[in-house]
Ligand binder design. Structure first.
Ligand SMILES: Cc1cc2nc3c(=O)[nH]c(=O)nc-3n(C[C@H](O)[C@H](O)[C@H](O)COP(=O)(O)OP(=O)(O)OC[C@H]3O[C@@H](n4cnc5c(N)ncnc54)[C@H](O)[C@@H]3O)c2cc1C
Length: 455
């Protein structure tokens, strides 16, 4: 289904059957394969946008974003995509296609008892973001079946269309890059910046800054962005941010308009490609890449310090960056895949980072989903009884487990790194496809359709 910015009330209408476009209702209907970039390109002429902004937006599809409850830098202010979904068209394990709408109830398949609700209240981690397992906390709160489907990673149904709620693009935009000589500064700086209602607070730590030419020589850099109703208001709050942190910062650059801000953020955009271009002796792997902790009591500082200790212990360097304002950082492990025992070292890092996140009241995935990699550790975070509710939910939608088996509900022979696509144990793929995949990774060409790899 193509994308329409529309007033349509049914997701079943084809383009001709839809009522005329009515952006005043701020709705866009997108087929599952329509990317975040395409939703925004179509919405921009109306002064509208989909506020959560995954960095993979050029390739992230509407179906994939719903399935992972995707988020991004702006989620510190606008939340994950969950908040922006009005309705979904899904096809269930029984082959039935139907529409699931916000505020239309819990559906026929699954409900919670009073005991179940208590378990959820007691055992769900209190992080600002979470895409680890089923969002039973959100379902308990809203009573909407929609909240069960969002973030369920294709394990309860296949999304075929999405009705996105859009928001007006704020006219005023400004921001700053703030460098610190000590990671301990995060304890005060991040909550202070969050209190100013920013639209992004992104962290780049020293390990990553060193890979980026001309990046400031500091222990960590916070990139902060503010959106306001006027340019003057946006500039004003940047001034408040810089004044409030003047005793801690070692490096300050400010931007008062969109072009200036884009220049400041260049360093963030260079992060993923810089990691992807590293040699095999520092192969960038995403195995502990998505942990999220509560912001309270400096748990973000404790998480970053603990990560660095674990990395040192196992001899696996890490690069740390991401959504500090949500207590959520991406951590790329950089093992020497040409040396001995790097797999065991990586397994040790995975185990220690899982322990650290559990101790800090965090979750193993803030926006990428549990997948198969993390399915087997979910019980550490939720306990066996909530995991029992997850199994009940899965059974009630997919009794034969035909939808993404092993995702969220672990397979009986689950092992975290069993499906690693790197190293001697990885499944062999033809040389030409392997070379194109590597090129795609190095050039951040995530939007390349996979069939093109075989041409
Ligand atoms: C460089 C890079 C940066 C990234 N940055 C971010 C970021 O800032 N924020 C963020 O949230 N994520 C990020 N991601 C992760 C990922 O791109 C997003 O979560 C994205 O939303 C996934 O969409 P996709 O179309 O790529 O889905 P895929 O990766 O193809 O699939 C993801 C999951 O969704 C399921 N799925 C896909 N389509 C459907 C469907 N139609 N119905 C049901 N299930 C489906 C799949 O089975 C799978 O389990 C990043 C990834 C990369 C490589």
């Amino acid at each position: 289904m193509p994308l329409r910015v529309s007033s349509a009330t049914s997701l079943h209408c084809g383009p001709r059957a839809c009522p005329p476009d009515d952006p005043a209702r701020r709705l866009a209907i997108a087929g599952a394969s329509v990317t975040w970039a395409a939703v925004n390109d179509a919405s921009r002429p109306y002064g509208l946008r989909l506020p959560p902004d995954p960095s993979s937006g050029a390739s992230a599809t509407s179906g994939g974003m719903v399935a992972t409850n995707a988020a991004g830098p702006r989620s510190v202010r606008y939340g994950s995509v969950r908040r922006w979904i009005e309705a979904l068209e899904i096809v269930g394990a029984d082959g039935e296609a139907r529409t699931v709408r916000r505020r239309e109830g819990r559906g026929k398949r699954f409900s919670l008892t009073a005991d179940g609700r208590r378990l959820i209240a007691d055992h769900f981690p209190k992080t600002r973001k979470n895409s680890s397992g089923y969002a039973l906390d959100r379902f308990a709160e809203s009573g909407d079946e929609l909240d069960l489907i969002v973030g369920s990673e294709g394990t309860l149904g296949i999304v075929t269309a999405v009705e996105w709620r859009l928001d007006a693009i704020p006219p005023g935009l400004a921001g700053a890059a703030l460098g610190f000589t000590d990671l301990a500064a995060l304890a005060e700086a991040v909550p202070f910046l969050v209190s100013l209602n920013p639209s992004a607070v992104e962290l780049l730590d020293r390990t990553l800054l060193r890979l980026i030419p001309d990046a400031p020589d500091v222990a960590c850099l916070l990139l902060v962005e503010f959106e306001r109703e006027t340019a003057a208001a946006a500039r004003g709050v940047v001034g408040d941010a810089v004044r409030g942190l003047k005793h801690q910062v070692a490096h300050v650059e400010t931007a008062v308009d969109r072009a200036g801000l884009e220049q400041l953020w260049e360093v963030r955009r260079l992060a993923s490609p810089a990691l992807a271009r590293l040699p095999l002796s520092q192969r960038s792997l995403q195995v502990v890449e998505d942990g999220c902790v509560p912001l309270e009591m400096d748990r973000l500082g404790a998480y970053v310090a603990g990560l660095r200790r674990a990395a040192e212990r196992h001899g696996v360097p890490v690069a740390i960056f991401g959504h500090a304002g949500d207590g959520h950082v991406h951590v790329n492990a950089l093992p020497n895949t040409t040396g001995p025992r790097w797999r065991q070292a990586l397994e040790g890092l995975f185990a220690d980072v899982t322990d650290l996140l559990a101790q800090l009241g965090g979750v193993p995935a803030g926006e990428h989903g549990a997948g198969r990699l993390r399915a087997g550790v979910l019980e550490r975070f939720y306990g066996p009884q909530v995991m029992g509710l997850f199994r009940d939910l899965k059974r009630s939608y997919d009794p034969l487990s035909i939808l993404n088996p092993g995702v969220i509900i672990p397979a009986t022979d689950w092992a975290p790194l069993a499906a690693l696509k790197v190293g001697e144990d990885a499944a062999a793929i033809p040389d030409d496809i392997a070379a194109r995949l590597r090129d795609m990774e190095r050039n951040a060409g995530w939007a390349t359709p996979k069939p093109e790899l075989a041409r």
